[in-house]
Design a protein around this ligand. Structure first.
Ligand code: PGA
Ligand code: ZN
Length: 429
């Protein structure tokens, strides 16, 4: 039974306010959770409630969301059974009364949803991933395959490059720690490569480098060089993933503006361009190659790239109805899963289940603005997410999650997914 709910404004990895909640149960167990925040967002995401008081944190304060947790949400949930996760989440959605949690704020609702799960795990003296495995009926929890940021552009690096993420995936490693080790080698080698090319080695929002290459092809060449300099084989030991984050490129004219490259593409030209990159480089996964409302062209993109993973992030926005729409038309073969795009833990689990039932891969993902909360590491294991995307192996708000996976790896009953769930034919058997 929930006997206490507290909330406060804290700062995230970009120094911007976010919501943290504490839940206390009758037996004395407690759970704390905080909420991440994106920079390249979709209009289809659950609503992040900000104060819009220009004198406080540039209008980004969250005191109204905190007030809603302390007020309406606490009134509705005190005395309720914290173990009834879907009941709690349903109550909060009903209390809010809008489809995207616009009134109370998805940041308010999510902080309580995640904290309740953690408090229940604490009360039962269970690791969080075990509690999540129970909620999802997962019998074989597994550590996810990491997809790790090496170079950043787009809104995470002052638009120094048009594409948002160039990532590395360990394809050959047979356990999580070896996979992470291979990635650390690539990330270190990338720093040397960027330095030799005379570009700055300062960190972008997710701890990756931001070399500001003039084109995606040049950045992909640097990725290959970094993998080789790390003593690893591109395409065999390490696969490349990209997040085009095309929603941030599209103009009011519906065309894709790659300003740094000096191109202005139609959807068809964007698809051809992505296909050219995939032919030339060992790319195993492409995220948001088209924007979040370009539904009519996504099936063509996926058909052309059918041998590799095609991930919808902004397109699906962790919204089960949008994922179902995508499945019906063959829009992609994989969904990115972000807890705050949905707004509740139950809704996020439904998005994962909807994807998996249709044979879609899932990638559990952090946001570019993060806190030290490692909830998504346990989520990826317990809900059998298969893959995880946290940013680079720099900055504690990222490493806290990679390190939590190292802790979970000590459980001999938890295996490693490896490339099993990667939606890509090219993966080694
Ligand atoms: P965001 O970036 O958190 O800024 O949305 C992450 C992503 O696009 O995958
Ligand atoms: Zn994305």
């Amino acid at each position: 039974t929930i006997v206490g709910i507290k909330a406060r404004q804290i700062l995230d990895s970009r120094g911007r306010p976010t919501v943290e909640a504490d839940i206390e149960l009758a037996g004395g167990a407690t759970g704390r959770a905080s909420v991440p925040s994106g920079a390249s967002t979709s209009r289809a995401e659950a609503h992040e409630l900000r104060d819009a008081d220009a004198n406080r944190y540039f209008g980004r304060g969250v005191s109204r969301a905190v007030g809603h947790v302390r007020g309406e949400i606490a009134s509705a949930l005190l005395g309720q059974d914290a173990a009834d996760q879907s009941g709690l989440d349903r109550r909060m959605r009903e209390l809010d009364g809008t489809p995207q949690l616009e009134r109370l704020g998805a940041n308010a609702v999510l902080s309580v949803s995640l904290a309740a799960c953690r408090a229940t795990a604490a009360a039962r003296q269970q690791p969080l991933y075990r509690r999540i495995a129970e909620l999802t009926g997962t019998r074989t929890p597994m550590l996810p395959l990491p997809m790790v940021n090496i170079f950043s552009g787009g809104l995470h690096a002052g638009r120094g490059m048009d594409l948002q993420d160039f990532l590395a995936i360990p394809l050959a490693a047979t356990d999580y720690e070896s996979g992470l080790h291979a990635i650390v080698k690539v990330r270190d080698a990338a720093e040397g490569v960027v330095h030799r090319h005379g570009a700055p080695v300062l960190l972008a929002d997710e701890g990756g480098l931001s070399p500001g290459c003039a084109s995606a092809e040049i950045a992909l060449e640097l990725m290959v060089e970094a993998i080789e300099r790390a003593g690893l084989k591109p395409g065999l030991d390490i696969g490349i993933a990209i997040d085009v984050a095309a929603t941030a490129l599209v103009g009011p004219d519906g065309r894709y503006h790659l300003a740094r490259e000096g191109h202005d593409y139609s959807s068809a030209q964007m698809i051809e361009t992505v296909e050219r990159w995939v032919r030339r480089f060992p790319i195993v996964s492409v995220e948001d190659g088209l924007h979040d409302e370009d539904w009519s062209h996504w099936p063509e993109l996926t058909a052309r790239l059918r041998h590799i993973q095609v991930v919808g992030d902004d397109l699906f926005s962790t919204n089960p109805a949008r994922i179902r729409r995508g499945i019906d038309i063959g829009a992609a073969n994989s969904a990115l899963i972000k807890v705050n795009q949905n707004g509740t833990l139950s809704g996020t689990l439904e998005a994962i289940a909807t994807s998996r039932q249709a044979g879609y891969a899932t990638v559990i993902s952090a946001r570019s603005g993060e806190t030290a909360d490692s909830f998504i590491a346990d989520l990826a294991v317990g809900a059998l997410g298969g893959q995880i995307k946290i940013g680079s192996v720099r900055n504690m708000e990222r490493l806290e999650k990679y390190n939590q996976l190292l802790r979970i790896a000590e459980d001999p009953e938890v295996g490693y997914a490896g490339t099993r769930f990667l939606a890509c034919d090219a993966r080694p058997a």
